[in-house]
Design a protein. Sequence first.
Lengths: 480, 431
Amino acid sequence: MNKPIIRVFAVLLVLFGLLAYFTTRWTVIDRAALQDNPQNKRELLAQQRIARGLIVADTGTVLARSIRRGDGTYARRYPENGLFAQTVGYSFLNPGTAGLERFYNGQLTGRTAGLEGTLRKLQGKRQEGNDLQTALDPQSQQIALDQLAGRAGAVVALDPRSGRVKVMASIPSYDPNVLRSARQTARLNSAPGAPLLNRTTAGLYPPGSTFKVVTAAAAIDSGLYEPTSTVNGDNAIPISGVPLNNDGGQSFGEVDLTTALTQSVNTVWAQVGERIGKRRMSRYMERFGFGSLVPVDLPASERLASGLYCSPDGNRELVSPTDSCVDIGRASIGQDKLLATPLQMAMVASAVANRGILMRPAIATRTIDPEGRTAYENTPQRFSRVMSAASAAKLTAMMQRVVQEGTGTAAALSGIEVAGKTGTAEIDVINDISQPWFIAFAPASDPQVAIAVTIEKTVGGFGGTDAAPIAKAVMESLLR
Amino acid sequence: MNARNRELLGLVPASLLIVAGFGAVFLQEQTQLDNLSLTYGAIFLGLCFAAHLIIRVRLPDADPYLLPIIAVLASIGLVVIYRLNETLARDQAQWFVIGLIAFAATIIFLRDYRVLERYRYLIAAGSLVLLLLPRVPGIGQQANGAYLGISLGPVSFQPAEFAKIGIIIFLASYLRDTRALLVSRKRFGITLPRLKHIGPLLLVWGLAMLMLVFIRDLGSSLMFFGGFLAMLYVATDRLIFPVVGFGLFAIGAWFFATTVGHVGDRISAWQHPFDPKLYEQIGGSYQIAQSLFAQADGGLWGEGFGQALISVGDSPILPAAQTDLIYAVIVNELGLIGGIALLLVYVLLIERGFRIAVLARDSFSKLLATGLTTVVALQVFVIVGGVTKVIPLTGVTLPFVSYGGSSIVANFVIVALLLLISDRARREARR
């Protein structure tokens, strides 16, 4: 009888081997897939037990904090309500996390790795979050929101010297506190105008004439043109075989580039763009940040890439400016297939302002651990050198003229030199619907703020009259 | 070194384990190491020592490794339960005392366990009654669609835990008598026993099916029937019996899976644990899905003792963490390494059980040891397999580790029986 006993034992060993294999499967082989399963809320549930750190504006205003509930868990509150809604984001069990709350989740929950984390555990200390310090300016943000006055659009302002983001306003907005309720979340998700969308980083609009700054940078920095170089600015000059019109069908004759920028002459810049060529335009656009996700410390899912979007098979997709579907002349005046996010256009202004060096935009400056030490420092980083300092100086002078006597006079500040560029992208010519833009920086001699403003689909809208005054008010506040 | 001194030495690792375990839980809970932990540790070690003394006096030749192995298992269980809920751990410690009394009683009053053979039909009938008790109105309880528990006043227990011992005793005795007859008749080149010999065995199959219908628990019936097939195979040494038996069981299980809603639900929850509809459904796949998520978080080394996320506030994340899902808790906290280590301890236990069966001289002892060991092994397989999605999840306990009074007491009786068999076998072998 002993042989069958040993065989039964062998069968049971095989069954136990199966148990060991399946345990291995769940803990090691399929681990990542299980942890990413949308039904797996363990991570979020665990975080309910952690006091997340504060999110603080530059002035010390608290934008997000955790309150302790009766059952020992924590809930998130946003004392400034919708002031920085899409930027700060939210953190709730449902619908999860977004914005800075998501991007800095590890810091805010104080996930300390390595030796220090182990030591904390051994000491029996509870996991506690780090505070997040940002450069955001609540007062200027409020002015931006007030100035948009309910019109769908976006304002983004940053310090060109460091890339620190000061204002990031997106309308329509919402109050993140209501996301505690599942019903309100569902309502917001399907609300008209998509209030949850951060238009500064994920709103793609035709940039119109503001893009002429990019074309001008390429023209001058490549050595092909000087601000005084003249080009024929007549109306209806054929571009890619089709006549291109100037605003109001105006013909300017031979004009220099400074005048062409001041008066925003389409035909001049389209010809300049064609001469620069796709390859060279592509290189400059890339240096400005076009063609990749707009670089800022927000989740990748909340950012889009600016650039040329073609739809060869019905699906809109980002292509290189050298692609055969691109009409580079029209792209050079911000039309055709060119789309840009407001933050991208603020980066364009910022690169000119900072003597040709583009700093990587950053919202957070550092995190502070519960003991008051700096846990993480978000030091300013250079994104690229876009053009030489000399080219940037020439471009600055040209952009100053736009505000002094051109299309952007509405942005002029008393006693402060402003450099800027208007844009009015045509959305629907028949119904006279356009997308007004304004990008600028100030003071021109020592730039401290770079800004981009856009308003969605305005009837009879014009960059100089609709967007420029908003930029003026926000810059005024930031320079005070 | 004699067997008993080896046993005493074997208890040292178990006692170290329980001291380290309670220490870790206390550190996590930010409580000072107070008298309570010492009390728990002391009571547990005292119980082990008492069991050791009983064996030393009554069964000097018994297997020296069984007691240390179950001490290790019980200490892991007690520490994990303590970490989940202090009150439950106190209850569990009390059940250990009762289990030990049952253990001692078995050893003292059943010196010659072969007297059990005389009462085999009585034992079989009693076991049957026990099995069906949970369906008796008034005392029966239904949990998750299965009828496993009964409650008498304040005490509730699972009679199936005791019935399994009775049925194994009956089968060991019956098969010893009929094993020769079962294989004596051949027709068409295969072993084909007469109906009057195979009849009682078909009855057992019918019983397993009845359990599916009445108790509605796939896991328990798999455990019973698997134990039965193992004994049948050992008794006859004919592979045809377990093959046909398993086929019949599979047919029956398939039939009930498609007709009894509760069994079918368990199977679809097993196949599609992340299906949103099954996940949301009450008694659906939430438990198995959470079990897998918890194990994934454990990874190779685990999140650390006392770290497992069991509940947030008052809402549980891991349902039945102290019973059904205790293996998932262990894997979460101690990782794959901890899970495999626990399985290895069970493999050691099973190896000891089969070694006793091999050493035993008479058929009844061999069959009894085989049956008891197989049932314990299959119980581990059914619950760990359920928790790790090898088979559909059903609510049986992890022997010596899970919280549960009846399980502890019944398993102590099983170990006592194995020790009795071992003592006789080794004494006879020495002569």
